[in-house]
Design a protein around this ligand. Structure first.
Ligand code: ZN
Length: 400
């Protein structure tokens, strides 16, 4: 075997062990060998390297099945820290976390529009500086800054290509932050970052093929395979909000007709109840102007039958969209997130019934579908996960 391929094999094995400890720790060396089919000496020597790097540590002793108690291995969650920034469209929030995604501090600032590129980048730099000055004790252990940016992003170049709500284009965010701070900087679209957050810190942890569907004003999905984002050939993988469900349906913001987004987004829910009210259907929302999806949810909670029916119908449409997704990608799990997912108690049963009715095979019919539990910092956690992906693919050897 050539030296190069030996190095590549060693690196791959180390990465397998590190991920195993992350997902299944505390875990013994023997258990790792058994579950990864690597030899015990290989596991032993690579674990030794990971401990020397400081990313893995020995933990409390495990339960013995007779004989000496095995020493358990865990990720040293306090070995490194990361900053995650959720940028726009209406505010910037930043968090400092350890490797487990535990939030040590968070800051938030409103973004006022109109805003220039200089003002925007100054604000990004400012919030990062503020975070660093409050956490001087951790400064030497910070390994990176992740930015989850709304709009179209070229993740490879770290550029925000188009931020529609701020009306800004072609901002070299990665380059600008790298010039100011001595850390690795990664930039990604916010919906994709959210998917990464579910894969590293949420219910998607440990699932090989995960789809996270974000349903809010828009609808978009992030696809992660083995904890890494699948972006597609030209960065549009996951644009499932523009999957056609009804060729004669409403016109979408993209110009096509009957996209999933025209049926399940927040504005779509509001439009549908508006139409029903105009036909004379009884509801407590009658007479109210500018009804939002949240109003529909509140009305359903108060026992309004029409509001509940509109949400259940939304679940059926969503189920049809998800069936198409299941047939295309066959994911191990689907997580629903975003504002509309907050009405999950009305949507989810209809989603599951629709998938069970329409999907092709028994396993596809019972694809795990659940609601996100990540809470307010989800997108910023996704930004943090951008750095974790780097750290784990480099076997924990990424130091500053
Ligand atoms: Zn569309």
């Amino acid at each position: 075997m050539q030296r190069g391929s030996f190095q590549a094999m060693k690196s791959l094995n180390k990465s397998i062990i590190l991920t195993k400890i992350l997902n299944n720790g505390p875990i013994s060396r023997a258990q790792i060998a058994k579950e990864t089919e690597l030899t015990p000496p290989t596991v032993g020597s690579l674990v030794k390297e990971l401990i020397e790097q400081g990313i893995v540590k020995e933990s409390t002793q495990g339960v013995s099945k007779g004989g000496r108690k095995p020493t358990m291995l865990v990720i040293d969650q306090q070995a490194f820290y990361m900053i995650g920034i959720d940028a726009g469209p209406s505010k910037i929030s930043a968090i400092l976390t350890d490797l487990a995604g535990r939030v040590l501090m968070n800051l938030e600032q409103p973004l006022s529009t109109p805003i220039t590129e200089t003002q925007f980048t100054q604000q990004l730099i400012g919030i990062t500086e503020q975070m660093l000055s409050h956490n001087q004790a951790h400064q030497d252990d910070i390994i990176g800054i992740g930015v989850a940016m709304h709009g179209v992003v070229n993740a490879e170049l770290g550029q925000a290509l188009y931020a529609p709500n701020l009306n800004l284009r072609d901002m070299p965010i990665g380059e600008t932050l790298s010039a100011h701070f001595p850390y690795l900087v990664k930039v990604e679209n916010d919906a994709r970052a959210l998917a990464l957050a579910e894969s590293w810190f949420g219910d998607g942890k440990g699932f090989e093929r995960l789809v996270t569907l974000n349903i809010g004003t828009g609808v978009g999905a992030g696809v992660t395979i083995d904890g890494e984002l699948y972006r597609g050939e030209s960065h549009i993988a996951g644009e499932v909000g523009h999957m056609t469900i009804d060729i004669n349906g409403e016109t979408c913001t993209c110009g096509n007709q009957g996209c999933l987004q025209t049926m399940v987004s927040g504005p779509a829910i509001a439009r549908r109840i508006d139409k029903l009210i105009k036909t004379g259907t009884e509801t407590s929302l009658k007479g109210q102007t500018e009804i939002t999806a949240f109003d529909v949810f509140k009305a359903a909670e108060a026992g309004d039958e029409l509001a509940e029916q509109v949400l259940v119908d939304t679940g059926v449409y969503l189920g049809i969209g998800l069936t198409n997704l299941i047939h295309t990608l066959n994911p191990s799990k689907i997580i629903l997130t975003g504002g509309v997912a907050k009405a999950g108690k009305y949507l989810l049963p209809a989603v599951k019934q629709t998938v069970a009715k329409r999907a092709l095979t028994q396993s596809a019919k019972t694809t795990s579908i659940s609601l996100s539990k990540l809470g307010d910092h989800a997108t910023a956690l996704g930004a943090v996960a951008l750095i974790l992906v780097e750290l784990f693919s480099k076997n924990g050897e990424m130091t500053i």
